[in-house]
Design a protein around this ligand. Structure first.
Ligand code: PRT
Ligand code: ZN
Length: 288
């Protein structure tokens, strides 16, 4: 194991994705120095080397083999245009790249942008979008504080990332079109050598277990034996619920796993079917 070439993963050094990227590795049971000062850190208990980078550099470093895989926003991947493979969506860093115009504009539809000047840090995605929609506008690339461009007379509109919308609001702008939705993804170099590919599969196996667990809850409940069948029909479970007799005669405990989304609805149905003392417990990992 010590002679094994480690898998090199690039994550954002500091920014909106760094805490969640580190958390993901931690939840996968991989322990790494925090990288506040270092550029590279070796995991203690998994053949993994972590490269701490600016998010904009991650697609290129993954594509050219400096890193094998990376955690980065789909927006950055789409803008950079390097050949990388999206291996998993990671469920954090959600945002959208949107067109926004001054609030006073009575926006009639995309043709409003014809001949207008649009400031953005995403010129490639924006240009592709506009030409796909048959709109000819002037794309003006700026690297930061895009939202102030219309106010200082630099542009008529902007295309920028939005999550809560409060930045647009406080700059007197309104969102009028969504160009793309984005979240953080795990990307990989297209043709990883065999050893690295196996390490990536081990990492992805852990990510899947963590993500499945995050979407599920473990449920334990008590019920009179004659209600077991009715309650089992409500509980989807992984196969069928585990039924354990209680010390009290005629009673059993049922154990199962339910989906977070259907949680409240199922709890009501379970109570109506005779379930009592319902315990709902978070799950750390789920492996099939
Ligand atoms: O230093 P480095 O280059 O690594 O980081 P960065 O400053 O370029 O990126 P960072 O850390 O700001 O964002 C990293 C990634 O987080 C982005 O590429 C997106 O994939 C994702 N993300 C999610 C966001 C947002 N939400 C977001 N709201 N990135 C930026 N914003 C900005 C947006 O640009 C705007 O200025 O937040 C403002 C809008 O937010 P709301 O909530 O006011 O709408
Ligand atoms: Zn960046």
């Amino acid at each position: 194991m010590s002679s094994e070439q480690p898998l090199k993963i690039a994550i954002q050094k500091s920014g909106r994705l760094s805490d969640d990227s580190r958390r993901l590795l931690r939840e996968c049971g991989i322990s790494v120095q925090n990288g506040k000062d270092a550029l590279i850190a070796r995991a203690r208990n998994f053949p993994l080397e972590v490269l701490y980078l600016r998010d904009d550099d991650i697609p290129q470093y993954v594509a050219d083999g400096t890193a094998d895989v990376g955690v980065v926003g789909q927006n950055v991947v789409a803008e950079a245009g390097f050949e990388v493979v999206e291996v998993r969506r990671l469920g954090f860093g959600a945002c959208r790249l949107s067109l926004a115009v001054p609030r006073g504009v009575a926006y009639p539809g995309l043709h409003w942008f014809e001949g207008k000047k649009i400031a953005t840090s995403y010129p490639a995605i924006l240009s592709r979008f506009l030409s796909g929609q048959g709109v000819r506008a002037e794309v003006h690339t700026i690297s930061g504080s895009v939202e102030i461009a219309p106010n200082i007379g630099l542009a008529d509109a902007i295309a920028d990332l939005v999550s809560s919308g409060s930045t647009l609001f406080s700059n007197g702008l309104k969102e009028v079109e969504v160009i793309m939705r984005s979240e953080a993804v795990l990307v990989a170099r297209p043709h990883l050598p065999k050893g690295k590919k196996e390490l990536l599969e081990r990492l992805v196996f852990r990510i899947d277990a963590v993500q499945r667990a995050a979407r599920s809850k473990y449920v334990v409940l008590n019920a009179p034996n004659e209600r077991i069948e009715a309650i089992s029909r409500i509980l989807p479970g992984m196969k069928s619920p585990t039924v354990v007799p209680l010390a009290a005669a005629g009673w059993s405990a049922l154990h199962s796993v339910i989906n977070e989304d259907e949680f409240w609805e199922l709890i009501d149905e379970l109570k109506a079917a005779g379930a009592e003392s319902i315990l709902v417990v978070p799950i750390e990992k789920m492996i099939f």
